[in-house]
Design a protein around this ligand. Structure first.
Ligand code: ADP
Ligand code: MG
Length: 257
């Protein structure tokens, strides 16, 4: 089967929480090797959208394409949306790596144990191979000397770099980042953005929800502005940031000027 030109395609995704319709028919696609940045005010639905991509939140309607697979959902009789095919979901999730705002590391495991956990216990890779790979990844994120440390002994920036190494250890086809620097002290933002930029330069497919506008402008191939659950504007970052068409986007970008 030939690989489609998109890494992720989202088609007419809707999601409500009770009476609150958070996503109102979202569509976009991210090409293989591209970085797609998602920006928007707090509460506009960015995290919900990112979570819909791996069905951590199951959409009420719409389709999510990951490479050659399409994730569908259905409503149970009680109205709760569930994935149509749980076995397929497992397969698709293996293609997606996710990095969260709050790192979500296992606090009682060392850095190395955090990074090898998925490969050894989920992918059943031999432990020595997983360790070799993990050490390469820790070197890549600049943390070779921290393999035996526990998360609490690390700074926020270091913990987030471990979380990125952990996501990479599963060899994902696409990396999803949900505001990876917004829980960090300002002096640590740069070290995490540098790692993300390296991954972008290597041609990894990524979807990045971020408040770092300057970074989004520099690193993304395509930017989407989400406003109240719709794609209010999208395009190449130069156009979006320098010549916003929508008044709402203009207002959103104003503090930057
Ligand atoms: P953003 O990431 O852009 O700040 P979110 O996707 O987190 O926005 O949230 C969008 C809206 O959806 C908010 O009003 C939030 O309260 C609501 N929401 C998000 N997750 C849930 C949930 N699990 N249950 C109920 N409401 C939720
Ligand atoms: Mg969010």
């Amino acid at each position: 089967m030939t690989k489609p030109e998109y890494a992720v395609k989202v088609e007419q995704v809707h999601k409500s929480f009770g009476a609150n319709e958070v996503l109102k028919g979202i569509s976009f696609s991210a090409r293989q090797g591209d970085v797609l940045a998602i920006i928007g005010a707090s509460g506009s639905g960015k995290s919900t959208l990112l979570r819909c991509i791996n069905h951590l939140v199951v959409p009420d309607e719409g389709r999510i394409y990951i490479g050659n697979e399409v994730l569908l959902s259905r409503k149970r009789r009680d109205g709760v949306a569930v994935s149509s095919d749980p076995r397929q979901l497992e397969r698709v999730r293996a293609k997606l790596g996710m990095v969260f705002q709050n790192f979500n590391l296992w606090t009682h495991r060392t850095v190395l144990q955090n990074v090898i956990e998925g490969p050894v216990h989920v992918q059943h890779i031999a432990k020595h191979e997983a360790i070799d790979h993990a050490l390469t990844l820790l070197a890549k994120v600049g943390l070779s000397d921290k393999q035996h440390a526990y998360p609490a002994e690390l700074s926020g920036g270091q913990q987030q770099r471990v979380a990125i190494a952990r996501a990479l250890a599963m060899n994902p086809e696409v990396l999803l980042f949900d505001e990876p620097t917004s829980a960090l002290d300002p002096e640590m933002v740069g070290e995490v953005l540098r790692v993300i930029r390296t991954l972008a330069d290597e041609g990894r497919s990524m979807i990045l929800v971020t408040h770092e506008m300057k970074f989004a402008r520099e690193v993304s191939d395509q930017t989407i502005f989400l406003h109240e659950g719709i794609v209010e504007e999208s395009g190449v970052p130069e156009a979006l940031f320098d010549n916003p068409v929508s008044d709402r986007l203009r207002q959103f970008l104003q503090p930057m000027c």
